[in-house]
Design a binder for this molecule. Structure first.
Ligand SMILES: C[S@@+](CC[C@H](N)C(=O)[O-])C[C@H]1O[C@@H](n2cnc3c(N)ncnc32)[C@H](O)[C@@H]1O
Length: 370
């Protein structure tokens, strides 16, 4: 690690509040005054949590890999009882269980540990354990964060999601199945979140482009049983979609093929953020061409907070898509610009309760004047 130069003393950062925070007299005052003491303590704890985030993530990974949450789902246990089942020495397992309890995934009752509400949620949120487990790739990519952010590293994640380049060459079926499962499991959550904030009333036919194995389509079917549905994705992916016979499947690449006509709504769920602006421009132009006047496009994916940075999307998703090297996490405002460039109008952002799961942007193809 390079030496970090100490700030020049007296340290006078820009901005009145920052100068106040940096002043030793103000810090001493904070330690004495009850309201300020609480603020200082919370800020200190938040800073500490930023510093320890990687350690928490790695211990979460260990809890998942060792299936400790699963084991505790059967009932509370001590480190000594769990140790042989995890193949970890009891005194080391004790440290992991204690950390798990501190992260509120587990609860401690005397010497025994039990599953806590947060741990139960981790076991039941679709796709979350698979997400955690595949992060070993991301963490290796971030091992030298300065080189990573400078763009001086080659990342493993760039090879992990073969479909991003898949249209250019044959895909390994095992790889295809692996990413499809990870995507499909998390997609049910995304679909539920999006459909909670979106109305498809009045829609005749929806085409889900880059729809993977059809989880979004099935969620739409459950809510809008009369709506006609169609899926468009790479041929290898569409081949794995188990969908009712009346749902049309189109295998093709949006890079090289036109999108099928006939739908009055086209959805793009977690598709744009995988791709460069040029690919997104071309895709939105194809969606525009495939839609009738007044047809709508739905953009459903986690979005950057833009001028109001978001604690999850602007850290996790932005860094993840940077490591993938092909796409980017865009703000709703940036996606709106790209939609306008393609010819869409009436662009509106729906309310998002949990932007780290998804945000929703809708836009319409204008009716011809007169
Ligand atoms: C991040 S996944 C999202 C899948 C699904 N919509 C979801 O949210 O789970 C991106 C999808 O885009 C598809 N895709 C990528 N490149 C494509 C291309 N050139 N043509 C068609 N589909 C493509 C992938 O196969 C994959 O299913």
């Amino acid at each position: 690690m390079a030496d970090i130069p100490a700030p020049d003393l007296p340290f006078r950062p820009a901005g009145l509040v920052n100068r106040l925070v940096a002043s030793a007299r103000f810090q001493a005052l904070c330690a004495r005054v009850p309201g300020l003491r609480g603020v200082a303590r919370r800020e200190g704890a938040a800073l500490f949590d930023l510093m320890q985030g990687f350690v928490q993530s790695q211990m979460l990974m260990a809890l998942v890999e060792l299936r400790i949450l699963h084991l505790l789902a059967d009932g509370p246990a001590t480190a000594a009882a769990l140790a042989p089942r995890c193949n970890v020495p009891p005194e080391r397992l004790q440290i992991l269980l204690q950390a798990g309890a501190a992260m509120r995934l587990l609860k401690r009752r005397g010497d025994r540990f039990a599953l806590a509400r947060r741990g139960t949620a981790l076991l039941t949120v679709p796709g979350l354990q698979d997400m955690v487990r595949h992060h070993d790739v991301l963490y290796r990519d971030l091992a030298d964060p300065v080189a990573f952010i400078r763009g001086d590293t080659t990342t493993e994640l760039a090879d992990f999601w073969p479909y991003v380049f898949g249209a250019k060459g044959a895909m390994d079926p095992a790889q295809t199945a692996r990413y499809s499962r990870l995507m499909a499991e998390s997609q049910s959550l995304v679909a539920a979140e999006a459909l909670a904030h979106l109305s498809l009333k009045g829609t005749r036919k929806l085409l889900d482009v880059g729809g993977g194995t059809g989880v979004f389509i099935r969620a739409v079917r459950a809510r809008y049983p009369k709506l006609q549905l169609a899926l468009f994705d790479l041929p290898d992916v569409v081949a794995q979609a188990a969908l009712p016979a009346d749902i049309a499947r189109h295998g093709g690449s949006f890079r090289t093929d036109p999108l099928p006509q006939g739908a009055d709504v086209i959805s793009l769920v977690r598709v744009l953020y995988d791709h460069s602006d040029d690919t997104v421009r071309a895709l939105l132009a194809k969606a525009f061409a495939a839609l009738p006047p007044a047809g709508r496009v739905l953009i459903i994916e986690p979005m950057s907070g833009g001028t109001r940075p978001d604690p999850q999307t602007d850290v996790y998703f932005s860094v993840y898509t940077l490591a993938m090297q092909t796409g980017k996490t865009r703000s709703a405002a940036r996606i709106a610009e790209l939609l306008r460039e393609a010819g869409f109008d009436e662009i509106s952002k729906e309310h998002a309760d949990r932007p780290f799961i998804t945000c929703v942007l809708t836009a319409s193809k204008p009716q011809p004047a007169g």
